[in-house]
Design a protein around this ligand. Structure first.
Ligand SMILES: *Cc1c(COP(=O)(O)O)cnc(C)c1O
Length: 376
């Protein structure tokens, strides 16, 4: 509260000392050249695509949060949804390679991959696709803060740039906020102009920017969170491991595979339900858990290409793995202060529901807002 008061007393409410120090602390923590703080991840992605001066279409997954695609659409770039890998749930490099080829008159502009649920993407094969087409490789790292690539470097150092979210559901939060990280000094400079309306300081705007500044109070919150972050990350990872160990032998429950040697940020703990082995559908399990007062989310359902805003954009796209995955994933509670006892009780509930699947059936009323499968 003293530091909050200091900010208020300073009368410097946005883009001041705490933003600069937060940026330096983040760059040091990740081991990256530059971190540019912005007001959220969505505008960070929008400004990144704008600053790179892209033309054509962006290759990206549909199995992601809608904002990944929105940033592309706001730049009036084409959308080329590609499929995810069945095991890692991140962009399938073969699908990205096929998607990057595209059609005559529609050049690929960039590859935008997502570190889904905190598991780092397979960078070398994605990088090969980007190099082959001479386009930047970018990452929506909204889930990735604290994750490590197999070579031990931090998520945030990959590709041309990575963009983090500091919104309240993410593992490092500033209330709202985002961070664009890059080793490209020119790009970082351009982004700092972009977040100030494209005004380089002389009120002669160089391009169409946005107001994407991070408020000082948010930066202060971000700095305080960063100081505690290593402990919180350890707790999240321990909690994720506990879920995995507890549920390992439940029929029909599988987990996201993290690439060999990589470390997930454990942003989410999402399980995949194979209905034929589990004995009931993902939606039915979500309803049963809700009845047991366990709140779950269907991240990501519907996948972006099935959402109303995108159905007409990519009507003929075929993404078989995305379709089955989106229909079978369920995200369980995971936060840094979740107790082991509660995790054990949630796992016990899942086990009990699975064992009683035949008795519970699929048809009785559930009375909660489970997603309507007819939306697909
Ligand atoms: C949360 C999230 C975003 C958007 O982040 P904001 O900071 O809320 O704009 C983008 N992409 C993914 C994958 C996300 O989960």
């Amino acid at each position: 509260m003293r530091r909050v008061r200091d900010v208020l007393d300073s009368a410097m409410l946005t883009n001041g000392r705490h933003v600069r120090e937060f940026e330096a602390e983040v760059a040091g923590f990740l081991g990256v050249g530059h971190a540019v703080a912005v007001s959220n991840c969505t505008v960070g992605l929008m400004l990144l695509l704008r600053c790179l001066g892209l033309r054509g279409s962006v290759v990206l997954p549909s199995f992601t949060f809608m904002a990944t695609a929105h940033a592309v659409a706001w730049n009036r770039l084409g959308i080329r949804f590609v499929d995810v890998d069945a095991a890692t749930w991140t962009v399938d490099p073969d699908s990205a390679a096929a998607g990057a080829v595209g059609a005559a008159g529609d050049a690929v502009a960039a590859v935008l991959a997502v570190h889904t649920f905190g598991a780092p993407c397979a960078v070398p094969p994605l990088s090969a696709v980007a190099v082959r087409h001479r386009v930047p490789l970018l990452f929506d790292a909204a889930h990735g803060f604290g994750a490590k690539y197999p070579d031990g470097t931090a998520v945030g150092t990959g590709g041309t740039a990575e963009v983090f979210s500091l919104s309240p559901t993410k593992q490092l939060s500033a209330g709202e906020g985002g961070l664009v990280t890059t080793n490209d000094g020119d790009l970082a400079r351009e982004l700092r102009v972009a977040r100030e309306y494209g005004n380089p300081g002389d009120y002669d705007s160089a391009f169409v920017g946005l107001n994407a500044r991070l408020p000082e109070l948010s930066a202060l919150l971000g700095r305080a969170s960063l100081a505690e972050f290593p402990q919180w990350l350890e707790r999240r990872r321990a909690t994720a491991l506990r879920y995995r160990a507890n549920l390992a032998d439940v029929p029909g429950v599988t987990f996201q595979q993290v690439p060999e040697g990589a470390l997930s940020s454990a942003k989410d703990l999402t399980i995949r339900i194979d209905e034929s082995h589990f004995g009931m559908s993902r939606d039915r399990l979500a309803a049963c858990l809700s009845a047991e007062r366990v709140a779950t989310r269907c991240y990501f359902y519907p996948p972006v290409h099935r959402q109303r805003a995108y159905r007409q954009v990519t009507p003929s796209v075929s993404l078989p793995e995305t379709e089955t995955l989106a229909a079978s994933v369920l995200t369980l509670p995971l936060y840094s202060h979740l107790s082991a006892d509660v995790v054990d009780r949630i796992c016990e509930a899942i086990r009990t529901i699975q064992q009683a699947a035949d008795l519970i059936g699929e048809s009785a009323p559930v009375g909660i807002g489970a997603p309507d499968p007819t939306n697909l």
